[in-house]
Design a protein around this ligand. Structure first.
Ligand SMILES: NC(=O)c1ccc[n+]([C@@H]2O[C@H](COP(=O)([O-])OP(=O)(O)OC[C@H]3O[C@@H](n4cnc5c(N)ncnc54)[C@H](OP(=O)(O)O)[C@@H]3O)[C@@H](O)[C@H]2O)c1
Length: 297
């Protein structure tokens, strides 16, 4: 009996937490890449999403506890956007729960120039965890893995983006920075502003994709209200229309029209260029056929 008790105590004292990383949004544009890189490093990964096991749903707090159980770090990618009502409270509550569950390290993905995102950053810092913030530009992969894939395949991208330039960032760079922050010391407390290497207007970005594909793909600027009305008439949910209106109408006003040094500071190298993204995406075949629309969602 005494030996059993001693063995139990010894087990408890020598029990070390697993190295499992919870990757929220682990099937999405950045999360999937974070999960792939961690797996390649031999690190156990738990995908946190509605299709993960255990299931994780931002709308259902009962799913959060099982997801953070016995993990060493969390990549926090909120969905759909930190600008939506309730998002700041949700990420703050999630971070507090993670700390109560002995998770020491959180890496939070946010957007640039969004006051709500900065409130979310503070709510996560308030948890007391070691926090690294990845404040990111618009993702290049929106053109190949999200809402701009359909228009690219259809041969015309019509957006209320004017001629405001944006330093599109490659999701591969975001994932590399996330993995560094999740697995190495020295990134806690950092705010990394993640952008690409140069500014491009949406018209220029579409032009680079056209060059990479060898197809004609046009860009047409449209007024914001016309864009919102067209999206609503195509059945895009009202909340998503509202979010897109906010992103194109408010955030894309030039406030983010500058490159930043987050990729270089975190990784010691320059960001991947948009032209390279376009070449790689074209070579993957994602822009080859209209049948590919939505295939990656
Ligand atoms: N896109 C950009 O250009 C950009 C730029 C800067 C910052 N961001 C930020 O990046 C974050 C992710 O946005 P994204 O557009 O790139 O999405 P995403 O990560 O490509 O895709 C969505 C991911 O979230 C999961 N998900 C969807 N609904 C969920 C829910 N209710 N609960 C839990 N997981 C859910 C999905 O998996 P399941 O379907 O399995 O649940 C999927 O893994 C947002 O916070 C956004 O503000 C985006």
């Amino acid at each position: 009996m005494a030996s059993l008790i001693i063995r139990g105590l010894t087990d408890r004292m020598t029990h070390t937490k697993t190295q499992t990383t919870l990757v929220l949004g682990g099937t999405g544009k950045t999360g999937r890449r974070v999960a792939q890189r961690l797996t390649a490093l031999g690190r156990p990964v738990r995908v946190g999403s509605r299709s993960g096991r255990p299931r994780f749903d931002w709308q259902d707090q009962a799913t959060w506890g099982p997801a953070v159980d016995d993990v060493a770090a969390v990549y926090v990618s909120y969905y759909p956007d930190l600008a939506i009502p309730g998002a700041v409270e949700a990420v703050g509550s999630f971070a507090a729960l993670a700390v109560r569950s002995q998770v020491p390290r959180l890496v939070l993905l946010t957007g640039r120039g969004e006051p709500e995102a900065e409130r979310a950053e503070q709510a996560v810092r308030d948890s007391g965890a070691e926090v690294t913030i990845l404040r990111s530009a618009w993702f290049a992969q929106n053109f190949s893995e999200d809402y701009l894939l359909g228009p690219v395949l259809a041969g015309e991208v019509a957006l209320p983006a004017g001629d405001t330039p944006e330093p599109f960032v490659d999701a591969d760079d975001i994932a590399s920075v996330a993995v560094a922050a999740l697995t190495q010391d020295g990134h806690a407390g950092q705010v990394y502003e993640l952008t690409g290497a140069r500014l491009l207007t949406f018209a220029e970005a579409v032009g680079e994709i056209a060059t990479a594909t060898g197809r004609h793909i046009g860009y047409r600027p449209v007024p914001l209200d016309e864009y919102a009305a067209a999206a609503a008439s195509q059945g895009v949910p009202a909340g998503v229309v509202e979010l897109l209106t906010y992103l194109f109408g408010k955030v894309l006003d030039g406030r983010n029209a500058r490159v930043a040094d987050g990729v270089r500071r975190a990784l010691g190298r320059e960001p991947r260029d948009f032209a390279r993204y376009a070449r790689d995406a074209a070579a993957s075949g994602v822009w080859d056929s209209p049948a590919a629309i939505g295939a990656d969602r």
